[in-house]
Design a binder for this molecule. Structure first.
Ligand code: BT5
Length: 248
């Protein structure tokens, strides 16, 4: 079912009670030429993460994919993932959650002192374009909102578990407003990201197709890549090359 969600936001909203994946629906819309549409669902039956990993998306969550057509170079597309993470972190904090960003695409809540955390949000950004210009870009944001922990994977948490239920309409409205402000000011994204980053300053292990590296996460580049200081010197890892990042 597609109904008007009734929000005053800088995007039109296509709402589904249940859908396979909001990202897949958003891709169809993008391919048909749509822009500035947010596809929103209460439940996804075939949600996915990066690298074909499954994403649990039971009823009660905030599953949203945003169709954007910016005139930017593809190299800057990862900034849209960081913008989604910054926007989600801000709004989750307003809701009373101790949210932090784990590079590149997770919003997490720290547990204990050892650098451990539980995942509140994952972001899957898909794009299509030429070498010099993006055609469309779709950040897909999954927030575990009003969901019991036992309906989620063990490494996950939810807003319900951390701070109690939220008004999802209000959350989505704030999220889309915050995201819209960031996408129109790309230079502000990395500095805002740094403010909330859990990863910077951590010793991390990064798995990439080219092999694993271990070192200190020291910086994020202007296009959103992570700089890791290893024993053999500095390595720059793009989000697309990161299979796993863990604190060590
Ligand atoms: C992500 O992938 O974290 C990106 C998730 C994007 C989901 C949104 S929801 C709206 C839109 N529509 C979609 O179909 N997708 C997007 P990745 O970094 O690959 O992490 C995936 C891993 O997170 C899985 O292998 C599980 O270990 C874990 N996981 C699965 N479901 C989870 C959940 N609900 N909460 C926390 N962790 C989860």
């Amino acid at each position: 079912s597609t109904v008007e969600y009734g929000l005053e936001v800088p995007f039109s909203i296509e709402y589904h009670d249940s859908i396979g994946s909001t990202n897949e629906r958003a891709r169809e819309l993008a391919t048909d030429g749509a822009t500035d549409v947010a596809v929103l669902a209460d439940e996804q039956t075939g949600g996915h993460g990066r690298l074909e990993r499954p994403w649990s998306a039971p009823s009660g969550g905030i599953w949203v994919s945003i169709v954007c057509r910016p005139s930017i170079a593809p190299a800057r597309a990862p900034l849209y993932t960081l913008a989604g993470a910054v926007a989600t972190t801000r709004v989750a904090r307003e809701a009373g959650v101790d949210a932090h960003i784990k590079w590149p695409n997770d919003v997490v809540v720290p547990v204990g002192e050892a650098g451990d955390y539980r995942k509140l949000t994952g972001i899957l950004t898909e794009m299509e374009g030429e070498t010099d210009r993006v055609d469309w870009i779709i950040p897909g944001i999954g927030v575990n909102a009003n969901i019991d922990a036992d309906a989620l994977p063990p490494e996950a948490t939810s807003i319900r578990e951390e701070a109690g239920d939220v008004d999802r309409r209000r959350f989505v409205q704030r999220l889309l407003e915050a995201f819209d402000a960031l996408r129109t000011d790309l230079e502000a994204i990395v500095p805002a990201w740094r403010e909330h980053a859990l990863t910077l300053g951590q010793r991390v292990r990064v798995e990439r197709p080219a092999g694993e590296i271990v070192g200190d996460a020291v910086e994020v580049t202007p296009t959103g890549a992570l700089v890791v200081e290893t024993e053999d010197g500095r390595e720059t890892v793009s989000a697309g090359d990161c299979e796993h990042l863990r604190p060590v």
